[in-house]
Write a protein that binds this ligand. Structure first.
Ligand SMILES: [Zn+2]
Length: 469
């Protein structure tokens, strides 16, 4: 199968040119002006943007959490991703209590087998080094293409690790070349605040935010940065939500330390007042870290513009409002933490970031595709448009109006964080390794067509997978 994409505005992290892109098989074969080649299918992209497939480095599909399981599996979650222009994601394989990393990875591979519509890798979330997982086994995972270790500094009594586990994992990462990722919040302090709030009879969703003040995120971010410095490993701070966490990342980067941070779409657009919506609707916005006070939104836009933060993910962790979020109707601490978002990232960042003049189009591509590919060992096979790279391509109509609604989404959840938001710009056609998976806005991918991607170590490139062109 060959595809010729004609006359689009081809945008990468650095380039912006009108060109034809010729895809032969799974890879990009030629890029040039008015290419004279025969193709099985010709796509007219004049007036459209041709972008690298977006990469979401932070998602939770089919994940058991808080007594329930996230509602999107590797088919519905991938349909949502594809419709929104995301062709690759890296999901979290959570080490199950008392279980080896290998057994947990086998569980997660089984979740995607026969179901995947797009490509994905896995991070390993280390939860237990005392029973089950060992440091020796952890050290072998990069050879299996699992090149990032995630640790939760929050969720006491569930996913949270102590500083010894965090530090020992960092030491292994320093030796194996893996990237350490942290969910940075002080889980001990938050646990005290949650218990005090409940004892005082404060059970509404807004207390989710009031018991997780921004200082607890700032403290944990700084702690992780300092410990990573001692261990000598690179560090990536996930879902940075506030100034208190941006500041220590900015300082570390000014010093030239190996520290990176991401934020997520929702932190630009949802603030803490959403949690106060009546009739338990506030529970829709219970994710962690919580929506913050509005002034943080400008801090975050500035941070992604100036490369203090280097990526925008979604932390897609979807639950039903009716039937899952409602578990916590009488106790905010029992509301499953997480929100949907994998489908809306590109169109929202294009509209509120690029069209509103906060970031450039090149920077958008860098934040949504190129940097995630580089940081997580997928580049240059993915994350850019280049001869020899995977033909993961998005044809995006920058003029097409779209109204975001739960009714129109691919995700199985029954709400959308951005319900009713009107944007200009939408995904039209998506190719995954040369196969059309979204055609005129319709998801046409077959379950099982997505591949597991073994990722390179941090700082290395997937050269072996890219042909000479
Ligand atoms: Zn997450």
């Amino acid at each position: 199968m060959s595809v010729l994409i004609k006359g689009g505005r081809v945008v990468t992290a650095v380039d912006d040119t009108v060109a034809d892109v010729f895809v032969d098989g799974e890879r990009i074969s030629l890029i040039g002006e008015s290419l004279d080649v025969a193709a099985d299918r010709v796509v007219d992209a004049s007036g459209k943007l041709v972008l690298p497939g977006a990469i979401d480095p932070h998602t939770h599909l089919d994940m058991p959490f808080g007594g329930t399981t996230t509602i999107d599996d590797f088919t519905s979650g991938h349909a949502a991703a594809a419709r929104g222009g995301t062709t690759t994601h890296v999901d979290f394989c959570i080490q199950q209590p008392g279980t080896s990393f290998g057994d947990s990875l086998a569980m997660w591979h089984a979740k995607r087998e026969g179901k995947a519509l797009i490509d994905n890798g896995f991070h390993i979330a280390v939860t237990d080094l005392k029973e089950g997982g060992t440091l020796e086994e952890l050290a072998t995972l990069p050879d299996r293409g699992i090149t990032s270790y995630k640790l939760f500094m929050a969720y006491k009594g569930a996913l949270m690790v102590d500083d010894e586990t965090l530090f020992r994992t960092m030491e292994v990462a320093a030796e194996t070349g893996a990237l350490v990722m942290v969910h940075a919040e002080n889980g001990d302090a938050i646990d005290v605040l949650v218990k005090k709030a409940l004892a005082a009879g404060n059970t509404d969703p807004v207390w989710h935010a009031r018991t997780r003040p921004p200082e607890t995120e700032g403290e944990a971010t700084n702690r992780a940065i300092q410990l990573a410095r001692v261990a000598g490993c690179p560090l990536y701070v996930v879902h940075v939500s506030c100034k208190e966490s941006v500041d220590p990342i900015m300082r570390a980067r000014e010093l030239g330390w190996d520290v990176w941070g991401e934020t997520c779409t929702q932190y630009f657009l949802v603030d803490e007042s959403f949690l106060e919506r009546p009739d338990f609707e506030g529970a829709k916005f219970v994710y962690t870290p919580p929506p913050r006070a509005k002034p943080n939104q400008d801090v975050l836009w500035n941070a992604v513009r100036t490369d203090v933060l280097s990526a925008i993910s979604t932390d897609h962790c979807a639950f039903l409002w009716d039937g899952q979020k409602t578990i916590g109707r009488d106790d905010f601490s029992k509301i499953p933490n997480g929100g949907p978002g994998i489908e809306d990232r590109l169109r929202l960042i294009h509209h509120f970031g690029v069209s509103d003049g906060r970031i450039t189009l090149n920077r958008m591509v860098e934040l949504l595709a190129t940097n995630p590919a580089k940081l997580f060992g997928l580049y240059p096979r993915k994350g850019t448009i280049a001869v020899g790279a995977d033909a993961d391509l998005v044809i995006f109509d920058p003029e097409k109006p779209y109204t975001i609604t739960a009714a129109a989404q691919q995700s199985r959840t029954d709400y959308n964080l951005y319900e009713g938001t009107e944007v200009v710009g939408d995904v039209e056609t998506v190719l995954l390794r040369g196969n059309v998976i979204v055609d005129g806005g319709e998801v046409v991918a077959e379950p099982g067509s997505g591949q597991f991607v073994k990722r390179a170590r941090f700082g290395e490139q997937l050269r072996a997978n890219v042909s000479a062109g």
